[in-house]
Design a protein. Structure first.
Length: 201
């Protein structure tokens, strides 16, 4: 991977971790890459945060938006024709995981009296994640690995802020799934195992 690729991935990971750490900023439908060069959305974020409330529900809404973004990325990139059958098979397994995550988060929001955030359109996800720039299977896998690592960091970083223990347990489970996805994708890219401990959070 080039230095630029490493820098872009590092920025993406940090941005996605902050995405949930802000207490649900993703409720505004702001994608990770939107922070890297998209239009200003601070006013929208404030309005949506006020509507969703603070605490666990706001965090759950942010997590739900992240899962919807992941679902869109796998669905759109998976249908691009860039993936070989073996890679597509793995992508579909991960897509199934993200759909289950989405459903668990949405159910918790509903039980808490909230209304789950709505997904954006495929066109919006394509623009925000710059999916049109993907030209090879390697590009798709590299993007997915960055999204998964960022999501794992986001979930790990938010566990301590959750008041409900069962929700915190769910976030621990979600972070583990994301970490497994990242490890598989990183292995496929031929990336070396990081020498530092505490890879997430």
């Amino acid at each position: 991977m080039t230095d630029k690729g490493q820098t872009d991935r590092s920025t993406l990971i940090t941005t996605r971790r902050n995405f949930v750490l802000t207490g649900g900023a993703a409720v505004a439908g702001i994608s990770a890459l939107n922070f890297l060069g998209g239009p200003a959305t601070a006013a929208v974020a404030k309005r949506q945060l006020k509507a969703s409330g603070d605490g666990d529900v706001g965090i759950l809404q942010g997590a739900l938006a992240l899962e919807m973004e992941g679902i869109a990325a796998y669905t759109i990139a998976g249908g691009s024709g860039l993936l070989t059958p073996g890679t597509l098979k793995v992508a579909l397994v991960f897509l199934g995981h993200h759909k289950a995550h989405r459903d668990s988060l949405a159910n918790l929001i509903i039980k808490a009296g909230g209304k789950p955030v709505e997904p954006k359109t495929d066109a919006e996800y394509t623009a925000n994640l710059n999916l049109g720039a993907l030209k090879s299977e390697g590009d798709v896998v590299r993007l997915a690995a960055g999204l998964e690592q960022g999501a794992a960091n986001a979930y790990v970083g938010q566990v301590a802020a959750l008041k409900d223990r069962s929700t915190a347990h769910l976030f621990a489970q979600l972070s583990t799934d994301e970490a497994v996805h990242w490890a598989v994708l990183s292995g496929a890219l031929g990336d070396s195992v990081p020498a530092e401990p505490y890879l997430f959070g």
